[in-house]
Design a protein around this ligand. Structure first.
Ligand code: CA
Length: 246
């Protein structure tokens, strides 16, 4: 059973299909954004940074494969290609461009939900536990529920703050450059965010500190002046894991 607060972006130009997919997902507790074109999809992706994207490949304005390429330049957001096309080549092009999985129409909603669960479990990346949860000190971020707790108590974050924290916690034991954070969290608008990244990080640290992390937050997410942020390792890092990512 899903009690997920996860945000799903449904990209599909056929309205009845789009509506039925979103109605199903909303009934299952997901938050849903809808897009009927590639342009709308990219706008919605930049605005909300959804947790999972269901993407129809045949869109009126741009090929779905280009949408995947665009998103993959900045982010690892799971993408499940949903398409009526039976063509193997389309499926492979989608996967080559960086899609995580593929569903051919018609499919059952049960099958759809199983695929969503599977990609969400991988959301935490190599730093996540088997359910995809990320932990650093007393901080725990559960991507499938889009929830953050400190010592078990929920802490509220804005969508950008949440995304920022998710990217930082996915890079434990590494130095994350400002550029990389900006691209991952703000996407196309990242140039404008350049000036206030430190304001966002400051707000994030303050909330976590007040929620119980305390002054230790300055070591967990440390500023590397002029470069970015160094995230502490929850597990002892080997020299190979401690190299700069950027
Ligand atoms: Ca279509």
């Amino acid at each position: 059973m899903t009690q997920s607060g996860a945000w799903v972006l449904v990209v599909e130009d056929e309205e009845p299909t789009r509506r039925s997919l979103s109605n199903f997902l909303v009934r299952r507790g997901y938050r849903v954004d809808e897009a009927a074109t590639a342009a709308e999809a990219l706008r919605a992706w930049d605005a909300h940074r959804p947790d999972v994207i269901l993407l129809d490949l045949g869109l009126p304005d741009l090929d779905g494969v280009d949408v995947i390429r665009h998103i993959r330049r900045a982010a690892t957001t799971p993408i499940i290609v949903v398409s009526a096309r039976g063509d193997e080549r389309d499926k492979i092009a989608g996967l080559d461009a960086g899609a995580d999985d593929y569903l051919s129409k018609p499919f059952s909603v049960g099958e759809l939900e199983a695929r969503i669960h599977a990609v969400m479990r991988r959301l935490g990346g190599p730093d996540g536990d088997p359910d995809g949860r990320l932990r650093l000190g007393q901080i725990e971020l559960d991507p499938a529920r889009r929830a953050v707790t400190v010592a078990g108590s929920p802490v509220h974050f804005s969508p950008r703050e949440y995304e920022l924290l998710k990217v930082l916690l996915s890079n434990q034991g590494r130095l994350v450059t400002r550029e990389r954070l900006l691209r991952a969290v703000w996407g196309l608008e990242y140039a404008e965010a350049r000036e206030y990244l430190h304001v966002y990080v400051g707000r994030l640290r303050r909330k976590l500190s007040e929620a119980g992390v305390g002054p230790q937050i300055e070591q967990l997410i440390a500023t590397e002046t002029g470069i970015g942020y160094r995230v502490a390792a929850s597990k002892p890092a080997t020299p190979a894991e401690a190299t700069t990512a950027g």
